[in-house]
Design a binder for this molecule. Structure first.
Ligand SMILES: NC(=O)c1ccc[n+]([C@@H]2O[C@H](COP(=O)([O-])OP(=O)(O)OC[C@H]3O[C@@H](n4cnc5c(N)ncnc54)[C@H](OP(=O)(O)O)[C@@H]3O)[C@@H](O)[C@H]2O)c1
Length: 323
């Protein structure tokens, strides 16, 4: 098969690679589309190695057709159109996925649209609803609201009854996030989001913050959370260190939760995927929630596609089509 291989100078090449083989708990997917995640940019630089046992090829999600099925698998048949959450290996013509990480493509969606769903919807669902236990009516802040994860999270908050406030890097992105369902937003390049987000939180403050920024936002995040607030840390784009006053955490009974999806056991990922299938897939099929795709590239142009994501100019996902 062909796959995207990273050379010694971090260049990307679509070249021959050993064909993936499914183990008994996995299916083999002929990939028609894959999508880029921020983690791929880090993996390319050597900072985010795949977990043990995972493919060395980049790519945390894909959509395509099942071409082979492991002996312990029973949910799918050869020829099924599916999308999958992967621990790696999506930037290739064939990828293996644990059966529990695979879902049927929601009716009516293209392979490109379906490839853009698994990683960001699984991340947003896991962290908002399972980790933070978000309840209808609770107020949410979504940092990097225009990111892949952010655009999924905005739609989930809107659809499940929680008003959200986002931060993003331009006024245009804020407008787009409001169109997707956010109530308000703040341009992170202007100053601190603190005052504007305080207005949104009102007297009771914010209930849940989904934060991929980390150190740079920690103090303001803790100021904004109300009683029993939950801060879920999913990234460190703004650094991993900051000094905080633990008294505020205690007095407001705040919970700070660290979370990664990729390294979780397959059983935990299967739980997230099955909840997505039951609670979110019907909303996608009904058109209430949709894939947010900024651009699509042929996978041979993976370098160009990565450049676009690195520029921070994207809204939602960048997809790569595979022939
Ligand atoms: N823990 C997990 O399991 C998990 C899973 C998936 C993703 N993530 C994390 O979630 C984040 C979003 O991932 P993604 O793939 O959806 O990203 P993405 O689509 O590439 O979007 C990332 C966006 O973050 C904003 N940004 C960049 N640097 C920033 C900084 N220093 N401070 C604040 N904002 C910054 C930029 O938008 P603006 O310029 O508009 O702000 C950029 O477009 C990443 O940090 C990723 O590592 C974590």
């Amino acid at each position: 098969m062909k796959a995207v291989v990273v050379d010694e100078d971090n260049g990307l090449h679509w070249q021959d690679f050993e064909t993936a083989v499914a183990n008994p708990d996995e299916v083999l997917i002929k990939v028609h589309a894959t999508a880029i995640n921020r983690a791929d940019l880090m993996q390319r630089q050597g900072f985010y190695p795949p977990p043990p046992g995972a493919s060395q090829i980049m790519g945390l999600e894909c959509a395509g057709e099942i071409v082979a099925i492991g002996g312990n698998c029973s949910r799918f048949a050869v020829g099924d159109r599916v999308c999958a959450l992967l621990a790696g290996g999506g930037y290739a013509q064939y990828a293996t996925a644990h059966e529990g990480s695979v879902l049927p493509i929601p009716g009516g969606l293209s392979f490109a649209e379906a490839a853009s769903l698994p990683e960001v919807f699984a991340t947003a669902w896991l962290n908002l609803f399972i980790e933070a236990g978000l309840q209808p009516g609770e107020k949410v802040i979504l940092h990097a609201g225009a990111s892949g994860v952010g655009t999924a999270a905005i739609q989930l908050c809107k659809s499940f009854g929680s008003p959200s406030f986002i931060t993003a890097g331009s006024d245009d992105k804020i407008d787009s996030c409001i169109q997707l369902g956010a109530e308000a937003g703040f341009n992170r390049h202007q100053s601190s989001f603190l005052d504007k987000a305080k207005e949104f939180g009102g007297e009771s403050g914010i209930d849940v913050i989904l934060d991929p920024v980390g150190g740079a936002y920690l103090k303001d995040n803790l100021k904004l959370l109300g009683l029993n607030g939950r801060l879920v840390m999913i990234g460190l784009m703004g650094g991993s260190r900051e000094e905080i006053d633990l008294a505020a955490l205690m007095m407001k009974r705040i919970r700070v939760i660290g979370s990664t999806l990729r390294t979780r056991p397959v059983e935990e990922k299967a739980k997230v995927m099955s909840q997505l299938y039951e609670r979110v897939w019907p909303k996608i099929e009904a058109g209430e929630i949709s894939a947010t795709i900024d651009a699509t590239f042929p996978i041979e142009k993976a370098d160009e596609a990565h450049e676009l994501v690195t520029s921070d100019a994207t809204l939602g996902k960048v997809v790569m089509s595979v022939i």
